[in-house]
Design a protein around this ligand. Structure first.
Ligand SMILES: Nc1nc2c(ncn2[C@@H]2O[C@H](COP(=O)(O)OP(=O)(O)OP(=O)(O)O)[C@@H](O)[C@H]2O)c(=O)[nH]1
Ligand SMILES: [Mg+2]
Length: 298
């Protein structure tokens, strides 16, 4: 049996949880089924209560308090045990051998059990933390993706959100695209780039101008970036642009989370990436087609 899922990833505050809520609401309106999984141990306010929540295993406060870590190290530690290094003058972290919480990657049977009943008619939406190290630098979410696609037989896609205001600056655009590319290479699953919060820039730019960012010619953007940077970095700019161009990574779908047509458009791409329709269509065909009319023969 196939299972279908989408990892919603991207930098902090880019609109991941809002997009998840918009997807859930749209899926409910279209009488489809989905399951919301929160993988952010720091998340508190939800528009839709998650069916599966990492906070049932561990919270950010647990990791910070018990292991003597700051918020960023603590968030990484929620996924995998890290040995905290005591620093002079700071309180020593607890060495309790059985802490009152469990690390996700060492307790994947909890996730397996939580997703046991998911059928092929349900899209599982994984709302991920905004700490991009988890999928661009260290293999924590890539290992989780491997577990989902391997052990749990998920057909899984990643939707990588970048905020429109962030991307509109060309240097930031390259930095954002490189981080999206790094996630794509690390996760090794079908990947969709999404420019989120498009409503924030639509009034400021014409459709033609926006297209330059959504489906840009890296060569044209390169000449603009050259104007803004010290000539000694031009060669580096060219290499970065060449790399992005080679991976055909510079295309973004537009997202306005409050606009249902926009959410539907992105969901169609996700469906295509995970092969949703291929599995659902035979079921639809099995139902009696009331509107079907026999062709009239002469
Ligand atoms: N204008 C506008 N604001 C949005 C949109 N999507 C999200 N936001 C706002 O952006 C802020 C952050 O949104 P979240 O959905 O919490 O972002 P996130 O990526 O889940 O954040 P972290 O989980 O902290 O990384 C909130 O104030 C949202 O209301 C959008 O499409 N348009
Ligand atoms: Mg969030």
């Amino acid at each position: 049996m196939s299972r279908f899922g989408v990892l919603v990833v991207g930098p902090a505050g880019c609109g991941k949880s809002t997009f998840c809520a918009a997807l859930i609401s749209h899926i409910a309106n279209t009488k489809r089924s989905c399951l919301y999984v929160n993988l952010d141990p720091a998340a508190t306010d939800f528009e839709y209560e998650p069916a599966v929540d990492i906070k049932d295993l561990i919270t950010l406060e647990d990791a910070m308090e018990e292991m003597g870590l700051g918020p960023n190290g603590g968030l990484m530690a929620c996924f995998e045990f890290v040995q905290a290094t005591p620093r002079p003058g700071l309180p020593v972290a607890s060495t309790d051998s059985s802490p009152p919480f469990r690390f996700l990657m060492e307790n994947l049977d909890w996730l397996d059990h939580s997703l046991d009943d998911v059928g092929e008619d349900t899209l599982v939406i994984f709302d991920c933390p905004g700490q991009i190290e988890l999928y661009t630098h260290v293999p924590i979410l890539p290992n989780l993706a491997k577990h989902l696609t391997g052990h749990l037989q998920f057909s899984l896609a990643a939707s990588y959100l970048l905020e429109s205001t962030f991307v509109i600056d060309k240097s930031k655009f390259f930095a954002g695209t490189l981080s999206a590319m790094s996630a794509m290479i690390m996760l090794e699953i079908p990947h969709i780039n999404i420019m989120s919060k498009m409503d924030l820039v639509k009034g400021q730019f014409s459709k033609r101008e926006l297209k330059r960012f959504l489906d840009p010619d890296p060569g044209i953007i390169l000449s603009d970036v050259h104007k803004e940077t010290n000539p000694k970095f031009h060669k580096l700019n060219e290499c970065v642009v060449g790399l992005i161009d080679d991976f055909s990574m510079v295309q973004f779908l537009q997202l306005e989370s409050q606009n249902e047509d926009s959410v539907q458009g992105i969901l169609s791409y996700i469906d295509d990436c995970v092969g949703w329709s291929e599995v659902q269509e035979p079921q639809i065909k099995d139902e009696p087609d009331m509107d079907y009319e026999e062709p009239i023969e002469d």
